[in-house]
Design a protein around this ligand. Structure first.
Ligand SMILES: C[S@@+](CC[C@H](N)C(=O)[O-])C[C@H]1O[C@@H](n2cnc3c(N)ncnc32)[C@H](O)[C@@H]1O
Length: 312
């Protein structure tokens, strides 16, 4: 790590309250990061409680391994593979609560060598797990320009995505784009940035990071499998920072909280009968950070916490 600035956990109090922690419950922190949520969960748990924490970043795992607490278990991997971890570790019990605090940690952003920051010069990598997939630099130098344009537009909602993609095309013909500053300077010099509030490369860097780490796909996969692991009255709390993520979480909670629309229809088809027996959620709340939190921690400005509880 190049900078020791600590991660300020977003919506910490609200997330912990939202889990309604039972002393002897089993909990999962799917995005350990620097442990902000995990530490608080451990404080609330009793002697017989359990916390499983997951992170795909080896640097986060190093931090987690410093926690010596018999109730705490760290798993290196992706939360979308929670079923595999449970199987591998022979965990048969259902969980009483799970949290996801999506996005990047301060440790990741502030490390030059990870390539997440448009301000810090370093290799353009952006992988949360550097052993999986390809680096942002490799992708940007070899991908079709139309695909780059779509990634910037879809994941970054970047107004100038076409212009940026064209600039990437021209530049990489002369020389591959290797570093974070090469990319952020290129973006800065091709869009009318002085009128904007944020750094002109903000949206493009976010879009590329989301694509490289397959963040939206993995969240979808996770949501598709998580209900079968939740205990009766178990809670799921997710903090998202991007409108696409939040939409997925919202739709997941709404879809699983409604009764199927064919209740009065007879006879029912087999898949309709199965839907009747599917587990149902009760939506608990949606919480935004306060003005005070946003001033103290600007990274929290786009955060939304959604919580739901399993009814049956
Ligand atoms: C915003 S940070 C979490 C911060 C943490 N709540 C804290 O207070 O320190 C997000 C963390 O989740 C991890 N992460 C993101 N997506 C993941 C995924 N699909 N599977 C596992 N870990 C993931 C990242 O590597 C990062 O460490």
């Amino acid at each position: 790590m190049n900078n020791k600035k600590k991660h300020q956990t977003v919506l910490l109090k609200e997330t912990i309250q939202s889990l309604k922690i039972k002393k002897n419950g089993i909990y999962v922190d799917g995005t350990f990061g620097e442990g902000g949520h995990s530490i608080k969960i451990l404080e609330k748990l009793g002697e017989n409680g359990t916390l499983y924490a997951i992170d795909q970043d080896p640097e986060a795992i190093k931090i987690a391994k410093k926690i010596t607490d018999h109730r705490f278990h760290i798993i290196h991997g992706n939360f979308a593979e929670i079923d595999l971890f449970f199987k591998k570790n022979k965990i048969k019990k259902k969980i009483d609560g799970i949290i996801l605090d999506l996005g990047v940690s301060t440790m990741q952003i502030m490390s030059k060598k990870r390539g997440f920051s448009f301000n810090l010069d370093g290799p353009l990598d952006m992988r949360m797990n550097p052993k999986i997939g390809i680096s942002a630099s490799k992708w940007i130098n070899q991908e079709k320009i139309n695909k780059i344009y779509k990634v910037l537009k879809y994941f970054g909602e970047e107004k100038f995505s076409k212009r940026i993609a064209e600039a990437i095309k021209k530049t990489r013909k002369k020389k591959p784009i290797i570093t974070t500053l090469e990319l952020s300077n290129l973006i800065k010099s091709h869009i009318p940035w002085e009128k904007r509030h944020k750094h002109p490369a903000t949206k493009s860097f976010q879009a590329i990071r989301i694509f490289i780490n397959q963040e939206i796909n993995l969240l979808k996969i996770f949501l598709d499998k998580i209900l079968k692991f939740l205990n009766y009255k178990g809670r799921i709390s997710i903090i998202s920072f991007h409108s696409l993520e939040d939409r997925l979480v919202k739709q997941f909670m709404i879809k699983n909280s409604k009764n199927p629309h064919f209740l009065n229809k007879i006879p029912l088809k087999e898949n309709e009968i199965l839907q009747l027996y599917q587990k149902k959620l009760k939506i608990i709340h949606r919480i935004f950070p306060t003005k005070k939190e946003i001033i103290n921690n600007p990274r929290s400005r786009s955060a939304i916490l959604r919580t739901a509880e399993l009814k049956n």
